[in-house]
Design a protein around this ligand. Structure first.
Ligand SMILES: NC(=O)c1ccc[n+]([C@@H]2O[C@H](COP(=O)([O-])OP(=O)(O)OC[C@H]3O[C@@H](n4cnc5c(N)ncnc54)[C@H](OP(=O)(O)O)[C@@H]3O)[C@@H](O)[C@H]2O)c1
Length: 313
């Protein structure tokens, strides 16, 4: 099969690999589209260096990409949840930038019937992270989404609206139109204005703002969900910021909540329901062909991407 093959961190070429074989509890998928997010770049580039712990001499998986949408073409031993021909989306283990991949059934759900494969591939990690980060949001609460024009943030705006919150999205100038189109009640272009007021929930998705800045944005009992900072630390990527936040929880009235989102079928199923109900729409800015998989990753890393980017096989 054709695949984007990565033998060392930071570079990859289109090559040929054997079609993977599904193991117990796995299915073989014919990949139609693969999603790209900042995590794809981190694993591709091996940055921060902390991620190299999963494959010290080179990338642990030679094919980039975890988000996938495709068609089940073979079942591994013991699989009863899906049948050959089913259209699914979720995350995969053997890399999605390829004609075929294997995925655990515990990380797959049926593809929403009202979106394309490209749109479905744009959902799992970013949508699932936003959904888990916004658990507990009540109708009428005020939610601030930082990085609202990115992958997680664009779902954050839509899911917070679906939960009945009043949503303020914060982004750079080029992303204001997108964030408005996602349904945010207020959009703040942080290059020309600051967000004012306080929020019950702050969803911090990129931008590396200081902990003090985040705290000022929250009500006295507010929750600050730390999704990812992109503070650029080469070694740890700013993990120490999270550790300081956890220590601060002992002394401040607000609560910093570091998020480690999980990839699970039930989360993807919840997203499928929201999408089919028209409450959430995958915001795909651009589709790249498989031969330009690396360019797709670099596009997300460049900060120019709007919402989501996918690779279509
Ligand atoms: N905790 C978890 O389980 C989990 C799961 C998924 C992702 N993440 C993390 O969450 C963050 C957002 O991921 P994503 O896929 O949504 O990324 P994304 O699509 O690149 O969006 C993040 C937004 O943050 C801003 N940004 C990007 N790079 C930046 C940089 N170097 N410095 C300052 N601001 C930057 C950009 O907004 P503006 O142009 O408007 O500034 C961008 O639109 C990442 O750090 C990712 O690693 C964490």
């Amino acid at each position: 099969m054709k695949a984007v093959v990565q033998r060392r961190y930071g570079s990859a070429v289109l090559g040929e690999l054997d079609v993977p074989v599904p193991g117990k509890g796995e299915v073989l998928l014919e990949v139609r589209s693969a999603g790209v997010d900042m995590g794809t770049w981190h694993l591709f580039a091996g940055r921060p260096y902390l991620v190299r712990a999963v494959g010290l001499r080179g990338p642990g998986t030679p094919v980039p990409g975890r988000d996938v949408a495709g068609v089940v073409t073979a079942l591994g031993p013991g699989v009863t949840e899906f049948a050959v021909g089913d259209e699914v989306f979720g995350t995969c283990g053997s890399g999605a930038f390829a004609e075929y991949t294997v995925a655990r059934v515990s990380r797959l759900a049926r593809k929403p019937g009202n979106v394309s494969f490209a749109e479905a591939a744009a959902v799992p990690i970013s949508g699932g992270t936003a959904l888990q980060g916004l658990r507990g949001v009540q109708p009428g609460q005020r939610v601030l989404v930082l990085g609202a024009g990115g992958g997680v943030g664009s779902y954050g705006v839509q899911i917070a609206k679906a939960l009945g919150a009043h949503v303020t999205g914060v982004c750079s100038t080029g992303k204001v139109g997108l964030v408005r189109s996602l349904g945010a009640d207020e959009v703040v272009d942080y290059t020309v204005a600051d967000y004012t007021g306080t929020y019950d929930v702050v969803l911090d998705c990129g931008g590396g703002r200081s902990l003090a800045t985040l705290r000022r944005a929250a009500t006295p009992k507010g929750r600050i969900v730390m999704v990812g900072a992109e503070t650029g630390g080469k070694l740890t990527g700013g993990v120490e910021r999270t550790l300081v936040a956890l220590a601060l929880n002992l002394f401040v009235s607000q609560k910093y909540v570091p998020l480690l989102a999980t990839e699970r079928a039930d989360v993807f199923e919840e997203l499928r329901v929201l999408i089919e109900a028209g409450r959430v729409k995958p915001p795909v800015e651009r589709e790249f062909p498989l031969s330009e998989g690396v360019a797709a990753i670099e596009h997300v890393h460049s900060r120019r991407s709007l919402g989501k980017v996918v690779v279509t096989v």
